[in-house]
Design a protein around this ligand. Structure first.
Ligand code: MRU
Length: 365
């Protein structure tokens, strides 16, 4: 499987996604500060991958700390949490992973753990977050793959693949799942201006897997829909509010509106770690604004005048009414989402272990 991120010899190794598709270069980070920089500058990106990387960043800090006791270690750990939390605001997986690591840290400190104990425990927790993300993507692939028609023309936007997760992918996991279930598909990858995650990353990883892939510029999707060449749409998400509104890469909302006009099902695929039940609707999701250069330049070539103002929101919010279903590792949630998403969270681990399968959420199908 594609090595998006790995723990190696007390360091975190990741493929530098800024250099793809032309160069496969790996970056090694040995401190939380280096991890924070890698997330901020999009060496690594994609909501679940950001969460896993942040968890490893916190483990790195604890393992490399010279703190003599847990009091000093706690001060350092909380500083690292703040540093990592300040990297990117929209992907809720970042805050979810930090909260989870914080919870384990404080539980262990209260139970009297030593600095050495914490070194082991925090790495084990980060590795658990990593492994669970891969397992979630596989389950998303299984549930979502079953929804894909035979000989489907699938449109996806941005990169919600192995590169954006700990491996396998969410939206691209659905495509991989459909193929593993025996269906033939062809994929259209929106190039995804301005950072071009679709052209650079989605196309790279799909082609690498031998999947039929066509790159289109973002403004070509409507024509393909009208021509009947797209009959299934799946995207990832950075944060899904309790009512099902879903923030994802800028341009996703446009795709959803076009899908509605052409009667094409538009699905969002994401693990539960992307669902933020504390955010009631999409208006409350913080949207990151990135620097003007992403819009004014393509690589080193300037394409807009210095004097022009630039607006560069990195994400938009697709209203829940445009979403046919939210594909998670526990099944497919359908409208009304507040109830169906909550039902997925309420499924106990015991119930899941007993059935060995994830039931479809309330309101489904
Ligand atoms: C499984 S990843 C889902 C989303 O994180 C993805 O579609 C996306 O919008 C990524 O944005 P990015 O700015 O590249 O981090």
């Amino acid at each position: 499987m594609l090595p998006t991120i790995a723990w190696q010899d007390d360091a975190v190794v990741m493929v530098d996604q800024r250099k793809l598709p032309t160069r496969e270069v790996y970056l090694t980070c040995t401190t939380p500060t280096e991890i924070a920089r890698a997330i901020k500058t999009m060496v690594i990106r994609g909501a679940p991958a950001i969460g896993v990387t942040a968890a490893y960043g916190l483990a790195l800090g604890v393992r490399r700390s010279k703190a003599a006791g847990t009091k000093q270690l706690t001060t350092e750990f909380l500083k690292d949490c703040d540093l990592l939390a300040a990297t990117r605001p929209t992907a809720v997986n970042l805050f979810w992973a930090i909260d989870r690591m914080k919870h384990v840290f404080s539980e262990k400190v209260l139970a009297g753990a030593s600095v050495e104990d914490l070194r082991q425990v925090m790495l084990a927790e980060a590795q658990a977050i990593h492994d669970e993300d891969v397992a979630s993507c596989r389950a998303i692939g299984k549930f979502g793959g079953a929804l894909v028609p035979e000989k489907a023309g699938i449109l996806t936007h941005c990169n919600a693949g192995a590169l954006a997760t700990a491996g396998y992918g969410t939206a691209l996991g659905v495509i991989r799942g459909a193929i593993e279930q025996g269906r033939t598909v062809s994929v259209f990858a929106d190039e995804t201006r301005p950072v071009l995650q679709g052209a650079r990353l989605t196309a790279w990883e799909l082609v690498r897997d031998g999947i039929d892939t066509t790159v289109i510029s973002d403004n070509m999707a409507a024509v393909l829909m009208r021509q009947g060449r797209i009959n299934f749409i799946v995207v990832g998400a950075d944060r899904i509010a309790a009512n099902g509104d879903a923030a994802n890469k800028i341009g996703t909302y446009t795709v959803a509106v076009l899908a509605k006009e052409h009667g094409i099902p538009f699905y969002v695929a994401a693990p539960l770690s992307t669902i933020d039940m504390r955010t009631l609707d999409g208006d409350a999701i913080p949207i990151e604004e990135r620097n003007r250069r992403e819009v004014t330049h393509v690589g080193t070539t300037q394409i807009a005048p210095d004097q022009a103002k630039v607006y560069n929101p990195a994400f938009d919010v697709t209203p829940h009414r445009l979403i046919a279903g939210i594909i998670t590792e526990r099944g497919v949630a359908r409208a009304p989402y507040t109830e169906s998403l909550q039902a997925l969270f309420d499924l106990s681990a015991v119930a899941l272990a007993e059935t060995g399968d994830a039931p479809v959420a309330a309101g489904a199908r």
